[in-house]
Design a protein around this ligand. Structure first.
Ligand code: ADP
Ligand code: MG
Length: 453
């Protein structure tokens, strides 16, 4: 039958034109009612679909028309099917099951998605450390639930995890305004759950979360150590969405295998899709980030100033942003438009003074805490034995002495049994690079830092 051939042709072309999730949203639910007198009547269950059909699929209909009918076919869109005036929203075609679930729910107002508009792919600077995470995030926003599900992004603080998560949500909503998207930190998810539980409104809770097309959960590590019942609810939500082919994206400050205090079966599920790591930006990327964050400002940041800043903060983009804010504050007060290295240095000095309590930490305090942690005595740390755990403790302590105090390198060397300052430099560099690769070590050092402060 020609009509069928015509419609198949349209769908085929639409499939090439649209991403998979766009196709599911816009093409699958549409139906060809008839072709009469060179006019095709196409049923669209939702009025918003018309835009996409008119804008992106119009020439496809024309092409299919010429191919099948050998003439120009015009189109008329209808929102009700002739035989069932009263129930516009009922659909019967087999392949649209997937769609029906979400269609029964209305779009979520942007203010309730939890998303922040300012975080987009456009203003996310790509660099060596985040290119894979960014590519995966982009892939997800092009092909909801088909490429990587779940997508799990992890990395240290201030490296853009929350930014990327929001960018996915914003990108999807740009392409598919009626997609049901929710961004929520894991901690808030738990609170939301407990609150609904308390009010006896679990059905409502389930309905909210299980009707989503895209669930973005930030900082999943905060589920660690939570009650089994809480983790259970997360587990159920995860399963319900995943088995309905709905997209889930998670972030964490550590990789799935280092999520202690989390049920094994949850951790296993996190690894079903794709896991991507974000590592700190290299110098060039930091410069690019600084450029993008300062170019729209009223202040003129000289390029050596940007280089100076990029050299000061190397492991956290949030700190770079903080430095820019401090600088513009000072510049405003002083009514300066051109930001020189001197101004930047002044602002940063003030910033570092905020954390000046750190500077009075005595080195022996660091040695004691590191020693306690690794089961190594301070004496061994000051000695020269090269047993593995002693070497590690010694290097970590030197690293922390350098990071947390303003002692000179020779002074630090001296406190470690009179070692050369190059030994301190080496230890610092070694631990610093190990931290990038070794989640465990990073977490160990964070734990030790907490003890010291
Ligand atoms: P995380 O969630 O990993 O702790 P965020 O996403 O909150 O980090 O990022 C901290 C700040 O740094 C945010 O303001 C974010 O916009 C910015 N940021 C991080 N990485 C980038 C990047 N690659 N390009 C632009 N801005 C970035
Ligand atoms: Mg975050």
């Amino acid at each position: 039958m020609k009509e069928k051939q015509f419609w198949n042709q349209i769908l085929e072309l639409a499939q090439e034109r649209l991403t998979r999730s766009m196709y599911d949203f816009y093409a699958t639910p549409a139906e060809l009612i008839k072709v009469e007198e060179n006019v095709a009547t196409i049923f669209l269950p939702r009025p918003e679909m018309e835009m996409v059909w008119k804008k992106q699929l119009k020439d496809i209909i024309v092409a299919a028309g010429f191919e099948v009918y050998d003439t120009e076919i015009k189109t008329q869109f209808v929102l009700t099917k002739p035989e069932e005036e009263s129930s516009t929203y009922v659909m019967d075609s087999e392949n649209s099951n997937h769609y029906v679930a979400s269609q029964a729910n209305l779009a979520i107002p942007y203010s309730e998605t939890g998303l922040k508009e300012k975080y987009t792919f456009d203003n996310f600077i790509q660099g060596d450390g985040n290119i894979w995470a960014k590519s995966a995030a982009l892939a997800v926003s092009e092909d909801l639930a088909l490429t990587y599900n779940p997508l799990f992004i992890y990395g240290g603080p201030g490296l853009g995890k929350t930014h990327l998560l929001n960018a996915i949500g914003n990108e999807i909503l740009k392409n598919i305004p009626e997609a049901r998207v929710k961004y929520i930190p894991a901690e808030s998810f738990i609170n939301d759950f407990l609150e609904h539980l308390r009010l006896g409104e679990m059905e409502k809770f389930k309905k909210t979360y299980r009707s989503l097309d895209l669930l973005l959960i930030d900082d999943i590590q905060s589920l660690s150590g939570k009650k089994v019942a809480t983790q259970e609810e997360f587990f159920n939500t995860f399963n319900a969405l995943h088995s309905n082919q709905k997209q889930i994206v998670l972030t964490s400050d550590r990789s799935p295998k280092h999520l202690e205090g989390l049920e094994e079966r949850l951790v296993t599920r996190f690894s079903w899709g794709l896991t991507q790591n974000i590592t700190p930006p290299d110098f060039e990327t930091r410069i690019a980030i600084l450029q993008s964050k300062t170019e729209h400002l009223d202040y003129n940041f000289q390029s050596d100033t940007l280089e100076y800043l990029a050299g000061q903060f190397d492991s956290n983009v949030r700190e770079l942003e903080g430095a820019i804010n401090d600088i513009t504050l000072i510049a405003r007060v002083k009514k300066i438009k051109d930001i020189s290295i001197d101004i930047a240095a002044e602002a940063i000095r003030a910033r570092k003074q905020d954390v000046s309590q750190m500077l009075v930490i005595p080195i022996d305090k660091i040695q004691t805490e590191v020693g306690n942690f690794y089961g190594v005595s301070v004496k061994e740390m000051k000695g020269t034995r090269r047993v593995q755990n002693i070497v590690l403790a010694r290097q970590v302590a030197m690293y922390l002495a350098r990071e947390l105090t303003d002692n000179s390198l020779p002074k630090i060397g001296k406190e470690f049994g009179g070692k050369d300052h190059t030994t301190v430099i080496h230890a610092h560099a070694k631990i610093k690079s190990l931290i990038d690769e070794d989640d465990n070590l990073r977490l160990e050092i964070e734990a030790i830092k907490k003890k010291i402060k």
